[in-house]
Design a protein around this ligand. Structure first.
Ligand SMILES: Cc1cc2nc3c(=O)[nH]c(=O)nc-3n(C[C@H](O)[C@H](O)[C@H](O)COP(=O)(O)OP(=O)(O)OC[C@H]3O[C@@H](n4cnc5c(N)ncnc54)[C@H](O)[C@@H]3O)c2cc1C
Length: 465
């Protein structure tokens, strides 16, 4: 149903709604889906299988004009707006119950300028699609650790990934954003045109409008040395101490994460693993990765020279679409022996063989940007601990959520009271959002008051005006 609304579903609207919907359908280039329409059930689903919301209308936009009309339609009818980029956010705020879901899944245009080393990407692309287009030009920039996340949501919240030690966060490579605002203006936001808004978009999430496209800076990169080194869980303490020691002085090109996890082959064997990516020249990479391969007695060493887009997929299978998910996360400035022992003790009581606990090490280019230079304040070296609980049996939901919360509480004494906004789950509100922005929160509120005083864009990690 492109640009049209079926009579059967329109009959359920009030006359005013039906009139405005007919007007929208007359001009809309994309697809308008109402409950009962073919494709509606699939379109309302997001990555986290716990999310089960039913929008009154899904507006699958094909371009910026569709986004403008969808925002205007929702605003005129007083309907809640949700914005879906890649649909990956664990909190599920890409979907609204009873409002208008502005779905960018059809907006996947990606145009690389190999001379300027930039790329323009529309708001519905995933990192897999992004990497495919940039890689054919021998270029890349920091995206997520897995390839299935959306470029839009990940970037607007900051964007941690394999290349961040050398190239910074995704936002640090952002050059401009085409934004549909609450007033339905289309702004080409850059550091020159709207410095306040450009600052806020680099970390402030979906609070300021719908990003219909982004322009990123790219860097020459064809392949990396990367992969996984897995040790028996009995070696977890030694592995995490070794991880702490090597991350004290890593070169910018080398990013290393540690995880207490389970073998992804279905056996459920618990493991202490290191995941690594070196994006420097071959001889430097070989030399600097070697100590990670030679440590201890690993049960698996799967590290080699691989194209960067492949590196970006090596953990994809760990997070299949539709699995039930509940996350907790926080930063640790240091990894003390006590923190390591608590992590291991908690992991031993984990109820799901799909769950891991991951320490994402942050260093290098991320930390050379000032705390107030972008809305993302996390510029100190350290570790982002994420506990992405994953399970498939709905009957196990309570056990998994309870374990995740208890584990988080047990680790609280070691946290730096800083949170990454993109990892906050649906049960975390004002206080967690404050922790996500720290000293930048007040400036974000000021910018929100200027560009969205009525809080039209509120179904997100909300910065209340
Ligand atoms: C398996 C998995 C792995 C992850 N790995 C990483 C990682 O390595 N690094 C990292 O930094 N994060 C990671 N994340 C977190 C990820 O950054 C967030 O979930 C992010 O919100 C995903 O973006 P999305 O576009 O897919 O999300 P969506 O669910 O589509 O959107 C999330 C929110 O972002 C906003 N939004 C999305 N698109 C737009 C837009 N075009 N305009 C305005 N607002 C918009 C909206 O507020 C929306 O509610 C991961 C998440 C998962 C589930």
């Amino acid at each position: 149903m492109t640009g049209k609304c079926e009579g059967s579903t329109m009959a359920t609207l009030t006359p005013l709604d039906a009139d405005t919907l007919t007007s929208l359908a007359a001009v809309f280039s994309g697809v308008l889906l109402r409950p009962g329409d073919p494709g509606y059930e699939e379109a309302r689903r997001v990555h986290n299988g716990l999310i089960d919301k039913r929008p009154a209308l899904i507006a699958r936009c094909r371009g910026t004009a569709d986004v403008v009309d969808a925002v205007n339609f929702a605003r005129t009818n007083g309907l809640e707006i949700s914005v879906r980029g890649g649909g990956h956010n664990v909190a599920g705020r890409a979907v609204t119950d009873g409002g208008v879901m502005i779905d960018l899944a059809l907006m996947k245009g990606i145009v690389v300028d190999p001379v300027a080393r930039t790329v323009r990407v529309q708001g519905g692309a995933t990192w897999r699609e992004f990497n495919r287009e940039t890689a054919v030009q021998g270029l890349a920039t920091t995206g997520g650790v897995v390839s299935t996340t959306g470029v839009a949501g990940l970037t607007l919240g900051g964007g941690l990934g394999w290349l961040m030690g050398k190239d910074g966060l995704a936002v640090d490579n952002l050059l401009s954003v085409e934004l549909v605002t609450a007033a339905c203006d289309v702004l080409n936001v850059t550091a020159d045109t709207n410095p306040d808004l450009f600052w806020a978009l680099r970390g402030g999430g979906g609070n300021f409008g719908v990003a219909s496209s982004f322009v990123f800076r790219l860097h020459p990169l064809r392949h990396v040395v990367g992969g996984i080194v897995a040790h028996p869980i009995a070696a977890a303490r030694d592995v995490l101490r070794f991880f702490r020691d090597v991350t004290a002085s890593l070169p910018d090109e080398l990013t290393v994460f540690a995880a207490l996890t389970h073998a992804p082959d279905g056996s459920g064997v618990p493991l202490a693993a290191l995941a690594l990516c070196h994006c420097g020249p071959d001889d430097q990479a070989t030399r600097e990765v070697r100590p990670l391969l030679e440590f201890g007695a690993p049960v698996l060493v799967n590290v080699g020279t691989i194209p960067y887009p492949v590196m970006n997929t090596i953990l994809d299978a760990t997070y299949p679409f539709g699995v039930l998910s509940y996350w907790k996360s926080s930063f640790l400035e240091t990894l003390s022996d006590d923190a390591i022992d608590t992590l291991i003790a908690c992991f031993h009581t984990c109820p799901s063989s799909m769950t891991g606990m991951i320490l994402e090490h942050v260093h290098g280019a991320v930390t050379s940007v000032g705390v107030a230079d972008t809305a993302v304040p996390h510029r100190q070296p350290g570790y982002n601990l994420v506990i992405p609980s994953v399970w498939t049996d709905p009957a196990a939901t309570s056990d998994n959520v309870t374990w995740t919360r208890a584990t988080y509480r047990a680790l609280e004494p070691y946290f730096a009271h800083r949170r990454y906004v993109n990892y906050l789950d649906a049960d975390e509100g004002g206080e967690a959002v404050h922790s996500a922005y720290g000293p930048n929160y007040a400036r974000l509120v000021e910018t929100k008051r200027k560009y969205d005083p009525g809080n039209l864009f509120r179904l997100n990690q909300n910065i209340a005006p």
